[in-house]
Design a protein around this ligand. Structure first.
Ligand SMILES: Nc1c(NC[C@H](O)[C@H](O)[C@H](O)CO)[nH]c(=O)[nH]c1=O
Ligand SMILES: CC(=O)[C@@H](O)COP(=O)(O)O
Length: 171
């Protein structure tokens, strides 16, 4: 277990749009993940716009992320959810498919997709990651998002896409 969050990245300037896609399942915890992510984004991207879309469960997150990326891609998408392992393999199967789908969406769309759809054993682990401060994955998500936006902005400055790549990307 990592015992600390990554350090805060530098502040991102204006005109940045970030979309959070969060599941409602285990609402006490997912609401806290969302709130922590939004609070941290308020510090790191103070003039940015944050859109929030809630879906029923973790399994529904990738199709919503795909839909957003296809319609009007934001600078970054943050996926937040909480799966608590039950007595069957269902939780593991959902977690595994969500992980694969989110990475494929990021790589295919060339947009960062931050993955904090957590798989935990019990409510104690959930509390530490969603509500507690030290391991908070909502804050971690916001920091990863701000870092990736910064890195992509730098890449666009130092290695701009040529027009045929832009056409391909917009196709
Ligand atoms: N048990 C959890 C679920 N299960 C629901 C699925 O995500 C999905 O909504 C359902 O299978 C219908 O497609 N979802 C969570 O986010 N967390 C859980 O612990
Ligand atoms: C992860 C789930 O969807 C969960 O509700 C399933 O629980 P169980 O494995 O006990 O059926």
């Amino acid at each position: 277990m990592s015992s600390a969050l990554p350090p805060k990245p530098r502040i991102i300037g204006p005109k940045v749009r970030i979309c959070i896609v969060a599941s409602k399942y285990n609402e006490q915890f997912t609401d806290a993940l969302v709130q922590n992510a939004i609070d941290e984004l308020g510090e790191l991207v103070p003039q940015g716009r944050v859109d929030l879309i809630r879906v029923p469960g973790a399994f529904e997150i990738p199709v919503m992320v795909a839909s957003i990326l296809e319609r009007d891609p934001p600078a970054c998408v943050i996926a937040l959810g909480l799966i608590i392992r039950g007595s069957t393999e269902h939780g593991d199967l959902v977690a595994s498919s969500v992980t694969t789908a989110l990475q494929q969406l990021a790589v295919r769309s060339l947009r960062p997709v931050i993955h904090e759809v957590l798989l935990v054993e019990d409510e104690k682990q959930a509390y530490a990651r969603c509500i507690g401060a030290q391991l908070n994955r909502g804050k971690e998500a916001a920091r990863a998002a701000a870092s990736m936006i910064d890195i992509f902005q730098e890449l666009d400055r130092s290695m701009p896409r040529n027009s045929s790549q832009k056409m391909h990307r917009n196709a």
